[in-house]
Design a protein around this ligand. Structure first.
Ligand code: MN
Length: 387
């Protein structure tokens, strides 16, 4: 017997499951003190929050600076207060419950406080600190096959970074975190000194996972990119977009991606519509200024971007069109969980808005397929996929 459908019953839209190309773990406050000699632990990045929770002081190897902590947007529809954290922010088991409720499946997971190690200048301290971060992150990843944690690399020494690529690959990492710029004392990423690191990434298959906004803390001040006064907050946010585009262009134009066709670069939290734009600009430079171009590449810069570079976006309403209208298939969604500016509490609403009217194949690629191409070992999302 078939039960007739009640035409007056409210229809609940099915959950849109999505993998996230931009998530974070929050390190326990005592991580370095528990696992390093006190004299070293004291020099690792540490956050001391003001009692009212509005500002924090970051201490990094004898330097300190203040920053205003992000709050949940005034327009947030999650019903959470401006400072409420996701319940699973510090606990990987509780985290899975948060993810199930939000419809987030597998995640590429960056560190949080440890990203400030890009401001360290002592290679020995960095090498030891990075091992602590990675050992702990692997314990976190072991909780669920849905977690894809990024390995930290000690970039103050290229041989140390190569050794840590090999060590973390053996441990089971599938991606390595990169800041958008190397430490200021090191050559830029287009320089040949980095070649052994690119070779090690390709050989191990670790994805080069770049998160925007990860310049050394004084880099913006030095480069004149730090804004104060009218518009400052939005201008500073907007400036963080360019680091991801710059490193993608460096990896392409230097020939690194040409020499290492197995090397793949993910740019997280920087939007995605920039991809086709950057492809055009690089091709024009390569073609119209060809007498000055070196090295020559085996294909146009755009072809490397469209095949070996990936990007994750969070809210950008134009990012779906980077794929549907501009043909860049390597676009991936990201939640930024559990950061307070992410989609926690309204992920389904965000996804429904982004893909309203979008082709189902486009939605499937951006929410699921792109991530699975980078990390085919993760379990499949629940529910029905495209035939
Ligand atoms: Mn993020």
């Amino acid at each position: 017997m078939t039960v007739p459908t009640d035409p007056t019953a409210p229809t609940v839209p099915p959950m849109i499951w999505a993998n996230s190309g931009d998530s974070h773990l929050l390190e326990p406050a005592d991580l370095f003190f528990e696992r390093m000699p006190r004299a070293l632990a004291e020099r690792m990045p540490r956050s001391v929050k003001d009692p009212d929770g509005a500002w924090e002081t970051l201490h990094i190897d004898g330097n300190s600076f203040r920053r205003r902590l992000p709050t949940r947007p005034l327009t947030d529809e999650s019903g959470l207060s401006q400072q409420d954290k996701a319940p699973g922010a510090f606990d990987p088991v509780q985290r899975l419950k948060d993810l199930d409720r939000e419809g987030i499946w597998a995640e590429l997971i960056y560190p949080s406080i440890s990203m400030w190690t890009s401001s360290l200048t002592d290679p020995d301290l960095l090498r030891e600190g990075v091992r602590v971060i990675n050992d702990w992150a692997m314990e976190f990843q072991a909780v669920s096959p849905r977690f894809v944690c990024t390995a930290h690399l000690p970039l103050l020494s290229i041989p140390d970074a190569v050794a840590e690529v090999r060590r973390t690959h053996e441990m089971g990492f599938r991606a390595a975190f990169f800041p958008v710029e190397p430490p200021p004392s090191q050559p830029r990423f287009n320089q040949d000194e980095w070649e052994p690191l690119w070779a090690a990434l390709e050989e191990t298959g670790l994805v080069m996972a770049v998160h925007i906004g990860t310049e050394a803390h004084d880099a913006g001040v030095i480069n004149g990119q730090y804004h104060r006064g009218p518009g400052g907050a939005v201008l500073n946010y907007f400036e963080t977009s360019f680091g991801g585009q710059r490193i993608a262009a460096q990896m392409i134009t230097s020939g690194a991606l040409d020499r290492h066709p197995g090397l793949r670069v993910m740019i997280s939290e920087g939007g995605a519509t920039w991809g086709p734009f950057l492809a055009d600009r690089m091709d024009e430079g390569y073609r119209q200024h060809s007498s000055a171009v070196r090295p020559r590449l085996s294909r146009l810069p755009s072809e490397f971007l469209f095949s070996q570079v990936y990007a994750s976006f969070q809210h950008d309403s134009s990012a779906v069109a980077a794929m549907s209208a501009m043909g860049w298939n390597n676009v991936c969604w990201g939640s930024d969980y559990p950061h307070i500016e992410g989609t926690f509490g309204h992920t389904q609403k965000t996804l429904a808005g982004l893909f309203d009217g979008a082709d189902i194949a486009v939605r499937d690629r951006i929410t699921v397929g792109t991530f699975e191409e980078l990390f085919p070992h993760v379990p499949p999302v629940p529910g029905e996929r495209l035939p």
